[in-house]
Ligand binder design. Sequence first.
Ligand code: IVH
Length: 664
Amino acid sequence: MADPKTRIRELTDILNKHNYRYYVLDEPEVADAEYDALMRELIALEERHPELVAADSPTQRIGSPPAGGFQPYKHLAKMYSLADAFDFTELEEFFDRVERALPGRPVAYVCELKVDGAALSVTYRNGVFERGVTRGDGETGEDITGNIKTIRSVPLKLNAGDPPVVVEIRGEAFLSKDQFARINRERGEMEQPLFANPRNATAGTLRQLDPKITAARELDAIFYAVGYAEGLDLESQSGVLTWLKSAGLKVMEQARRVESGAAAITFIKEWEGKRASLPYEIDGIVIKVDSLGHQAELGYTSKAPRWAIAYKYPAEQQTTRVIDIIVSVGRTGALTPTAVMEPVKIAGSTVSRATLHNEDEIRRKDIRIGDYVVVQKAGDVIPEIVAPIVSRRDGTERQFVMPDKCVVCGSAVVRPEGEAVARCTNIACPAQALMRIGHFASRGAMDIDGLGEVVARELYELGLVKDVSDIYYLNRDDLLRIGHFQDRAAANLERGIEASKTRPLSRLLFGLGIRHVGSHVADVLTRSYSSLDELAAAGEADLTGINEVGPQIADSVAAFFRQEENKRVIERLRAAGVNMTAERVQVEQTLSGKTFVLTGSLVTKTREEAAAAIERLGGRVSSSVSAKTDYVVAGESPGSKLAKAEALGVPVIREAELRALIGE
Ligand code: IVH
């Protein structure tokens, strides 16, 4: 057996290599289980010999929040922005300027995709990752090292035999379309304001103080420039990309060197059609003069290089008119304003509503009732109002005012200092109570067959169900008071209620509607606590110890279980026989090591249910297709993932085959 020092070095190198193959090349060589076993071995050795932990150890990716916030860092060389071109005329002007400045010499260009994320600079000293910094004002950025380390495709050590003494590498941090959609889905579940687009989400994620939260958001990064280097000699932008790639950094594989401006325009046209199939958003194409010698001759303006330009694709936008701004009350009492618009078609579907998130958002964008507005589908899915068209105002537009009384129960609405969300103060607000009951009974939660929105409303209005525990104390006579209910419907609902008593603990937890506890967080919590009582007894400190659980969730969970009213509801649920423990039954791990991607809607279950079934058998569900995906499950109207699977030769199965795999 090797001595611990040698073995730790060996494991660090092996794991970094696998990490690189997985996250940068997307060509893993080992199964997840093997990787996990090596990782466990390294963790155990490092625990016993903390003095031997290497700076590039894969265990060091998730650290603690920086005390006192992010520190300023002055870039060794300025981080420039790019001049934009919005049409081919502007682009031709750029080529003319460049070629006039380099008379008689042929000029080649490099075309790169312009990923829509946030600019990033990473420093390596003697090949070892030292620092990650935001762009800031171009001169000075913020040191976000802890967050950058969580990005698995950023190597902790360069793969260069003779690395430069210092090198500052520039690139873009970004979120894939799938990650972006997932983050917004989870935020929606937790009634947090949604991110308008992947760029905002990326910028917000980079500036998260807690690296645990950043890690859970699964950022990625690609690199396209060397900003500053000591001990590195390169001659062209294409050479820069080749060097970056050989050093182990992720680069844009689609980049292409072209011999003329006309060929660059062909590249732009080609990608305009193909960009929807990319797993991340791009907002244009960056064109750079290839020769670094030419670049030096052309130089910079105060803001941007004269040797590069960003051609921006037109966004999928439309104009329409805001007819009204309505307010709805959510399960936690949050009042959410929504714009009701004259219907317009954007990217193939009709849009007539857009969430405005909160009052500040409306003020910031200055959207008024009656305004003509520009609407777009952010991340291709969620309609978003970009801005009002102020020039089309005629004076009849009205400012939106957040009501100071709840639109449902008339109670006072408050908006606590420093918070963006206004809430109804009445915990007994019918809107909230009703939403809570509906949520509790919904498919992703306790899945009570026969208890839909309409029935929930009637039970509530008849005074039969005031809180979720009352559901379990309904008798046949109560049920027969529901409008159209006869014996059969009543018996059906009774069965549904009875069946819900044995739902897994995570469903109950999600169903209780604790703020910030969506279905994913509920799963995370039930993996750490085996009963509701154990969870209720855990304090904030205990809870924040769990991966993916930050102070906000911990506070909310602890506060929930301290409330007398909630304790009473839980006791009544218990007395009725509702399951409050996590089953720890040994299920044979038949799908161990297999990665699935789900696309389209399934008939016999929700995507969440399918994912849970796969995970119970040891499989993994990923949001994006890659060469390492074992199966893509295609439901009704599958998305772009199906095309990607076919392109990569990943096996595609239908729902029936999935059901066979999960033993149904
Ligand atoms: S080059 C001195 N290349 O676009 C050159 N930028 O609008 C500076 N971006 O701040 C940037 N993809 O955040 C360059 N292939 C690419 C890019 C790219 C995305 C971003 C970058 C920059 C912004 C300018």
